[in-house]
Design a protein around this ligand. Sequence first.
Ligand SMILES: *Cc1c(COP(=O)(O)O)cnc(C)c1O
Length: 235
Amino acid sequence: MDSVQSRIAQVQAQIDAASARAGRAPVEITLVAVSKARQAQEIRAAFQAGLGHFGENYLTEAIPKLDALADLPITWHFIGAIQSNKTREIAARFQWVHTIDRDKIARRLSDQRGDRDPLDVLIQVNLDAEPTKAGVLPHALAELVDQVVAYPRLRLRGLMAIPRPTDDAGQQRAAFERLHQLFDAHRAGNTWDTLSMGMSADFAPAIAAGATMVRIGTAIFGPRPTLVPRAGERM
Ligand SMILES: *Cc1c(COP(=O)(O)O)cnc(C)c1O
């Protein structure tokens, strides 16, 4: 039966196998279930099947689900593009943000975090310098790391990237290894411990290359229903 429980068990077994091949312990890898376009009750079922971390891309879609699931101790990750008029609510409602790509966004998130625990953040890198993709270019990463590490209400944990899609396993692995090299070269502060890379199609090579967080949607929840943007809302 193709239930969310059985798919989670399958994904977890694949994470375990990829970790074993890489000589790593599966506990080093946090599975973030990407729940964009999924209903609150599907997220609740995945939580009941053992998952505790969920990732959302669109704030207006996420807020009603966060409200509906407020009784569960879920760790929420924001993994979408960030418009500056959305930072206040992101800072208030999420524990992690994977998609810091400019100083202005980092400054606003820190200012708006208030007296809550510092927000755990990752800098998104545009590894292949793709014009349509978010993220800081590799050559500008050092400057952004210096800026983000100085904000008092942010805890800079590491890097995130979505490499250019390819079916070639060697190319997948090589891109993840480039991100790992940037991670080693820009190590900043004593909370630098997270490399967020790998999705449904490529989490095994990401784990081989050192991922500590994988973001998996389709392999857990099945194919996504098409999203219809709300009027005036950039998706
Ligand atoms: C949608 C999304 C994912 C998950 O993609 P799947 O292919 O469904 O696993 C991971 N990361 C980000 C940033 C996403 O937007």
